[in-house]
Design a binder for this molecule. Structure first.
Ligand code: GLN
Length: 215
């Protein structure tokens, strides 16, 4: 029987608003697809080897936890970059999505270093957050996704990155350019809680299908 090896990256620190439901969906659909699913928590002080995993899930976090993670995760940068560039399936939500980029300025004004794997960067809002229901449309896959967003960060993708979808209603990455999330190779970033994969089953199946092709 084929084994689907999932890494839950900093899952004990980055897990806001039910983000861990994404992991439950991946485990459930992985089993439905006839795979044996193994989940490993990789957190403070642990090693991460790109070859050890088929799928990585990195959830969102409050600023306090996100700062701790942004410092520890720098050790893992070369292997995480290798995983992403080698078409590993990677799902990053909110704070996790922010940390894949260049930097995140948190609500207190501290500059948290990102992994710098993708070119996006995240600034802050003063005394404000983007909170509420959100709907986006993924033109590439002709899919509508529904979710709930709650973030201070204002993310800009730059010219060369594709979003996960176009904002139909809600704020998205920055409330300016109608982008939400990011899609690069088999890496998907999003501000969606809800959790994302529980409310958008097509995407859950899609991630499992992409990961299965790598096994
Ligand atoms: N701390 C980040 C922000 O407020 C991420 C929040 C989250 O992961 N929900 O933008």
């Amino acid at each position: 029987m084929k084994v689907l090896r999932i890494c839950h990256l900093y899952g004990n620190l980055m897990n806001t608003y039910g983000d861990n439901g994404n992991l439950l969906m991946l485990q459930y659909y992985g089993q439905q697809a006839g795979l044996t699913v193994q989940t490993t928590l990789v957190s403070i002080g642990d090693e991460f080897n790109a070859e050890d995993f088929d799928l990585v899930f990195f959830g969102g976090g409050q600023d306090y936890e996100q700062k701790i993670v942004s410092q520890d995760i720098q050790r893992l940068q070369p292997e995480i970059k290798k995983f992403i560039e080698n078409d590993g399936v990677f799902l990053a939500i909110c704070g996790g999505f922010q940390l894949l980029g260049q930097y995140y300025i948190n609500a207190a004004g501290d500059r948290l270093q990102g992994l710098g794997i993708l070119p996006h960067y995240t600034e802050r809002q003063i005394n404000s957050r983007f909170i509420g229901d959100i709907e986006i449309f993924d033109e590439e896959n002709q899919q509508t996704y529904l979710g709930f967003e709650n973030h201070n960060g204002v993310t800009f993708l730059g010219d060369c990155l594709k979003p996960l979808g176009k904002v139909i209603s809600g704020h998205g990455n920055n409330n300016q350019d109608k982008t939400e999330g990011v899609h690069y190779k088999n890496t998907f970033g999003s501000y969606f809680h809800g959790p994302l994969l529980v409310r958008n089953e097509w995407l859950a199946h899609h991630l499992i299908s992409l990961a299965t092709q790598q096994i």
